[in-house]
Design a protein around this ligand. Structure first.
Ligand code: SIN
Length: 175
């Protein structure tokens, strides 16, 4: 069976996987937060950056993109993604909603749960912005990750006050 993969961070604008279809999608009961440390992509072991994870939220939701992965490609795709998301993320089965479709669909996403070895948790926006502005790793600058995410969300017509507030703080602080 083909599998829907839900992406809410870099997977939105840089999936780097083969897929059959790409659809805007929403995950109910979760919100996106820059609470996960990145020691391997947007930071370094001694100076981690910050990337997004999902936090349970009874009334909240998270907008992103769902990719339909062909049954024949599932093993190789998830092997590659497990490696890419190895710094604290776990694969998790979810129920997602494809935008424009009333029906729910089963899928998979990568969540970095609270307490994982790279988890950094909440901090004031100014502190998050400062860390994001000054971090960089093998995949590039941490602020590029944030700005790409904000751009991709606008393209999807999706609002995320946490991301947009952080974007404003990073841009404002750089001025
Ligand atoms: C995702 O994009 O869905 C997971 C977090 C990330 O790799 O940025």
């Amino acid at each position: 069976m083909n599998v829907w993969l839900f992406g809410y961070g870099s997977l939105i604008w840089h999936p780097d996987i083969d897929y059959i279809a790409r659809e805007p999608a929403r995950l109910h009961g979760w919100e996106r937060r820059f609470w996960q440390g990145s020691h391997d992509h947007r930071g370094l072991p001694h100076s981690p950056g910050r990337v997004v994870t999902l936090i349970e939220s009874h009334r909240g939701h998270c907008d992103g993109v769902a990719y339909l992965v062909d049954a024949d490609a599932i093993a190789a795709t998830f092997e590659a993604l497990d490696y890419r998301e190895k710094n604290g993320y776990q694969r998790r089965n979810i129920t997602l909603q494809l935008t424009g479709n009333e029906q729910s669909t089963q899928g998979v996403t990568y969540i970095a749960p609270e307490g994982n070895h790279a988890y950094l948790g909440p901090a004031p926006i100014a502190e998050l912005a400062q860390q994001i502005r000054t971090s960089e790793g093998p995949s590039g600058r941490n602020d590029d990750y944030l700005l790409e995410l904000a751009r991709a969300l606008r393209e999807l017509d999706a609002h995320d006050s946490h991301v947009f507030e952080l974007e404003a703080a990073v841009i404002g602080g750089a001025a």
